[in-house]
Design a binder for this molecule. Sequence first.
Ligand SMILES: NC(=O)C1=CN([C@@H]2O[C@H](COP(=O)(O)OP(=O)(O)OC[C@H]3O[C@@H](n4cnc5c(N)ncnc54)[C@H](O)[C@@H]3O)[C@@H](O)[C@H]2O)[C@@H](O)CC1
Ligand SMILES: Nc1ncnc2c1ncn2[C@@H]1O[C@H](COP(=O)(O)OP(=O)(O)O)[C@@H](O)[C@H]1O
Ligand SMILES: [K+]
Length: 543
Amino acid sequence: MISAWTAADVRAAEEPLLAAGEPLMERASFALAVQVLADLRARRRHVRGARVALLVGAGNNGGDTLHAGAVLARRGVAVTAVLTSDRVHAGGLVALRGAGGTVVDLAATPERTGAVADDAAGADVVLDGLLGIGARGALRGLAGDLVSALVSRCAVGVKSAGSERSEPADFTPTAPGGGRERERGPWVVAVDLPSGIGVDDGTLPGPVLAADRTVTFGAAKPGLLLPPAARVVGAVTVVDIGLDPAGPPAVRRLEPADVGAYWPVPGPADHKYTRGVVGLVAGTATYPGAAVLAASAAVRTGTGMVRYRGSDPVARAVLAARPEVVTATGRVQSWVVGPGIPTTRDRDDPADDGQHDRGRGGLAVAAGNLPGTSYGPVPAVVDAGGLPLLAESNPPWFVLTPHAGELAGLLRSRGEDVHRDDVEAAPLHWARRAHELTGATVLLKGGVTLVVGPDGAWAQADAPGWLATAGAGDVLAGILGTMLAARSEEIVAGPALAAEVAAGAVLVHGLAAERANPGGPVAALDVAAAVPATVAGLLEQRR
Ligand SMILES: NC(=O)C1=CN([C@@H]2O[C@H](COP(=O)(O)OP(=O)(O)OC[C@H]3O[C@@H](n4cnc5c(N)ncnc54)[C@H](O)[C@@H]3O)[C@@H](O)[C@H]2O)[C@@H](O)CC1
Ligand SMILES: Nc1ncnc2c1ncn2[C@@H]1O[C@H](COP(=O)(O)OP(=O)(O)O)[C@@H](O)[C@H]1O
Ligand SMILES: [K+]
């Protein structure tokens, strides 16, 4: 698992160590220099004679950068530090000058910004040390001007899907094949984080120089995992400088081993009911495919049984694809409500095939709101047309699975003035808001999928861009339904678990998409078909 702590938590963890005289900056800057030397060696034959430009801001982030520059200069690298403030880290400046580095005081000559940017754009490596965890809002002043000038000189483009990111890293915050490629310009290494990203919320409030690598100190920061900033951090290397942040991380990311470790493997005493039964309210005459996709995915993920609820013609389509599905009513351990049913609240909408009523019924059971039945409470997945069926207040074992447009609609229905673009610009903020307003766990789908529950947030980036295809969301709903059903009682007893299970479902979905056709296009049903081998691969890792 990758864990990220907020700037405040990192500072709190640093404090006692700094008070005890631990040389944190020395550790950080030395590790940074070692990484830059490795990157240089990977890119050119000789380190000696390489050109490295340091972009230096007013704080300790600039201090780290200057000290790393001193190490590089002593190895024969031609290092030039561009100072964007008249009060940069004094010790770092002395060290760099002592090692033979060159200093350009841009703060004293701001009219040279264009020429300095030209020069930096011609370097082999640029170290972005303008701002670290002390960043507040958009990059301002000279630092902002310099970055804007550099961005215009180092055009970046998004790699075509399928191209490989080969840089060694602790994690790559974008999905496979979704990396970026600088069309021209230097290799950019962000010091601690790319200057100007929202450290704790992953927003991009102003200009940011996209990095090829981020060397981050002590622990990952939320902005390195969260969209949209995750798209500009490159390959992330976490350097251990002895920090031990207290409390739960602000954002986490599951790795395959985490999901494999807790996957429920049936034993000799199990039968289909102990494994979990999924109740599925999905599909209409207009969108029958959603029912087929969700049912297929639920079956392929290893459910004990799928009970399908819908009109006869759709049920026939489901059974033709998956004869394992049953249509008889009975107890279920999780409900999946909404794929392929209309998003209107109109009970009389003939296009709803009666699914709104069935969906409301399922959700009432899942919430434990039907006195006299012993069938609830159980977890539920609420997708697409299920979202308008939600009550005002919902239990956290409900997992809502909107994409950005659906999340905006849900929030508007609860009084927020928000549109799809706003959600895409600050997804963590709006997913948290939806969790607060509905009480439910919120899984916000996208290139990086966020899950927010009572116990914090998860950010998963497991899927190739090819997964952005019709029906992929229905497959996720089916996978998640099976995973929730398998741990139904545990989740209702400790609903914070719903978010972790949901993050696990996103990981399985993403890995299955990659497995279905590595490096190429995938169809939603093929993603479902790839789930069994994906799960077997996860289980293999725990042997
Ligand atoms: N304290 C230490 O000894 C350690 C600090 N570390 C480094 O120190 C960094 C944090 O240092 P600081 O607390 O000095 O903070 P920063 O280095 O992030 O810089 C804060 C400075 O930037 C200015 N600033 C803030 N927002 C701005 C904006 N939007 N536009 C322009 N200027 C802005 C502030 O006025 C302040 O002067 C970490 O990110 C890390 O790189 C690491 O070396 C680990 C040890
Ligand atoms: N750029 C992307 N990279 C990887 N996965 C993506 C990307 N865009 C969307 N996805 C994933 O594809 C799925 C699309 O689901 P959804 O929007 O509900 O489609 P549908 O309703 O047609 O099933 C989600 O799981 C989402 O996370
Ligand atoms: K930085």
